[in-house]
Design a protein around this ligand. Structure first.
Ligand SMILES: [Zn+2]
Length: 237
């Protein structure tokens, strides 16, 4: 992305056994922390990420945005009760973890960000909260921001209750619901981003379903608990 380097990992290439096979990067899913450490090191080395420890968050499906100051004060920190991270510091890798929820990558002039949007985070507006934080903290307008929407559970696989389906339809229109009781969470976030002023040609979507692609991704919906977690990673070079 312009002004940022961003990645989304697959499940391949790590050392964890089933049910985390194999590149599990989450520390909260009962995998051995030593294996997770090795897996994270492989990603850092393999992708040539900055050497500082990743800054991560205790994701709680909320809408709180954490501001990360720099590697010296924040390297290795886990921000409590936080579902989005932004920073203007160079060389600080932000990381959030996923197994079906929607990863959102933000890159504006002078700052980057990440957000974690499951259905709760989507409805509580984590995408818009992240844009607001970029404006308030760093003076970046939504129209200046590039957004990447990474792999997530697709409209093919995401069946929800009638109540939740109705709520998404009422709030975001029928474009987010491809069929009865099926939701397109990526499209819902795209709609929220557009309403907040992001340019349509600055939104880039992976359109890969984490539940369909068992060869590539962990999926909470498919595998239940425990399973592994992929990482969304972004930094300013
Ligand atoms: Zn699918």
């Amino acid at each position: 992305m312009p002004g940022a380097v961003a990645y989304f990992t697959s499940r391949r290439g790590g050392v964890s056994p089933p049910p985390w096979e194999s590149l599990n990067l989450g520390l909260h899913v009962q995998d051995d922390p030593e294996r997770v450490r090795i897996n994270r090191e492989r990603v850092t080395a393999g992708l040539g990420l900055p050497p500082n420890p990743w800054v991560t968050a205790e994701q709680v499906h909320g809408a709180r945005v954490g501001v990360v100051d720099g590697a010296e004060s924040d390297g290795g920190r886990v921000l409590p009760a936080t579902d989005a991270l932004i920073t203007a510091a160079r060389g600080v890798t932000l990381a959030l973890f996923f197994a079906d929820c929607v990863p959102l990558f933000f890159a504006g002039p002078g700052a980057v960000g990440l957000a974690h949007a499951g259905w709760r985070g989507t409805l509580s507006g984590i995408a818009v909260s992240t844009l607001e934080a970029l404006r308030q903290r760093f003076g970046i307008e939504p129209s200046e921001v590039w957004v990447g929407i990474g792999p997530a559970i697709g409209p093919c696989c995401y069946e929800v209750s009638e109540e939740l389906w109705n709520e998404f339809n009422r709030r975001l229109g029928t474009g987010v619901s491809p069929g009865p009781r099926y939701l397109d969470l990526a499209a819902a976030n795209r709609e929220l981003l557009l309403r907040a002023g992001v340019a349509p040609d600055r939104i880039v979507e992976a359109r890969l379903c984490t539940r369909c692609r068992a060869d590539l991704f962990f999926s909470h919906r498919r595998a239940g608990f425990p399973t592994g977690r992929m990482a969304a990673l972004i930094y300013r070079p």
